[in-house]
Write a protein that binds this ligand. Structure first.
Ligand code: CTP
Length: 423
């Protein structure tokens, strides 16, 4: 797992999180989630089911959370834990949530401490399923998931990939980093994960491009891809069908339930995005695309030589975003495809960040422009961000400082009304 805020949040941001653990092999991954939550300063109570303790011992959960761990309702009776834990929680995360646990939750059972806690919780509740594909796709589970979602719970889309043994398919627990990001988002904003993008197809670009100079060198930039990955992750968890076109990123895991297409250069990114845009309801260009590439690619490594270095001639890359807007205007792309751009601006003596951003929105002709002030350690390679959202209709919204996930949730909120009706 990557490092989380070492100092933890301020006292006001310290929250009570119940981590429920059901009995599946992925229970071991809950340990990394518990650790990430406690390292972020939150108070964590772990409530496993009896069968979860077949996979991870009680002592591990107690040591990681710093709190006692029980499974039944008849321990510590004077404290009434089966009611108190749920009532006092700011968030309940069940990871992994097995088919059995979700069935019990959907029918309102309260036959152990975890299900009793789920019935008394009035805070956001997030189930993170993990099971074999057949179980995930079974009509009983499908109906239970729909019931839990209808009641306002978040049921995370599982990842695809290797399950226990040799089988692969949908049903894998998302990586602990990803579960942590979604949990942290719900603590920042309780209503950040509605299922309001079901049936929508989104293409999202992320990361930086690399323009090769010779077999070992390239021109690149400092984009980490975190903002684009946060957008893709959230859009998928809000029900969208997402393809992420990823350039160079800082060691990020693929978000669960997202198709990832990898590219290196601006030209490759342009080809991939343009081809995918044809079937999309929206394209979000959050990638940092290189404006220029070396005019020639040396077939072998350029040697240092004795004299001064040669200058590197550059050629302008096509502007992918502007190309999409033009294709839409010319009828090569559906007229109702929503197009979102990003602007990374530093401002200078001639103009501030917003002045340049307004010019960029007008120049690029997209529907929404997400504006970040960059430089001085802002926006690139960091976890938090702020900025503005400029709309083609002239509205301007400040995006308050917060995680890139929070920023992504605001961008998707603004995008949703621009999407064509679900077909
Ligand atoms: N963009 C693109 N193709 C390029 C360059 C940029 O699609 N060749 C997109 C980016 O993905 C982003 C938006 O255009 O959504 C703005 O990128 P930015 O680098 O801020 O703008 P530029 O057009 O490069 O303008 P400048 O560098 O002059 O600020």
């Amino acid at each position: 797992m990557s490092a989380h805020t070492v100092d933890g949040p301020a006292e006001s941001a310290r929250r009570r999180v119940v981590v429920g653990v059901a009995g599946g092999i992925a229970a071991y991954k809950s340990c990394a989630l518990i650790r990430a939550l406690t390292e972020s300063g939150h108070q964590v109570r772990v409530v496993p089911t009896e069968s979860a303790l077949e996979f991870v011992g009680r002592a591990t959960f107690e040591a990681l959370s710093g709190n006692p761990v029980h499974t039944g309702v008849f321990t510590d009776v004077p404290q009434v834990p089966h009611v108190r834990l749920g009532q006092e929680a700011d968030l309940v995360v069940v990871a992994p949530a097995t088919a059995d646990l979700m069935a019990r939750a959907a029918t309102g059972r309260a036959d152990d401490l975890l299900t009793a806690t789920l019935l008394t919780a009035r805070c956001p509740v997030m189930f993170v399923p993990a099971m074999h594909t057949e179980m995930w796709e079974h009509p009983a589970t499908v109906e239970n998931v729909a019931t839990l979602r209808r009641r306002g719970n978040v049921v995370v889309e599982p990842a695809s990939g290797r399950l226990t043994g040799k089988d692969t398919g949908a049903g894998r627990l998302p990586e602990p980093d990803e579960i942590f990001a979604l949990a942290a988002l719900l603590l920042e904003r309780a209503d950040a994960l509605p299922r309001d993008l079901e049936g929508r197809r989104l293409v999202i670009s992320a990361g930086g491009t690399r323009e090769p100079l010779d077999p070992v060198r390239f021109l690149g930039n400092r984009s980490s891809g975190k903002q684009g990955y946060a957008l893709a992750r959230l859009a998928a968890q809000r029900g969208a069908d997402v393809t992420l076109v990823a350039g160079a990123v800082a060691g990020l895991d693929d978000p669960a339930a997202v198709d990832v297409v990898r590219v290196q250069t601006a030209a490759q990114m342009g080809d991939a995005v343009t081809a995918l845009a044809a079937g999309a309801d929206a394209v979000i260009m959050s990638a940092a695309v290189a404006d220029f590439r070396p005019t020639t690619l040396a077939a072998s490594k350029i040697k240092k030589g004795a004299g001064e270095p040669d200058t590197i001639p550059l050629t302008k890359n096509d502007d992918i975003l502007a190309g999409l807007v033009k294709a839409r205007a010319e009828g090569d792309l559906a007229a109702d495809t929503a197009i979102v751009g990003f602007a990374a601006e530093t401002g200078d003596e001639q103009g501030d960040v917003l002045t340049y951003a307004r010019e960029k929105l007008a120049r690029k002709g997209c529907d929404l422009l997400v504006v970040n002030a960059v430089g001085d350690g802002k926006a690139f390679e960091v976890d938090n961000n702020d900025g503005w959202l400029l709309s083609a209709d002239g509205s301007e919204t400040a995006l308050a400082h917060g995680s890139k996930a929070l920023m992504a949730s605001r961008v998707l909120d603004a995008l949703r009304p621009l999407l064509p009706p679900a077909g």
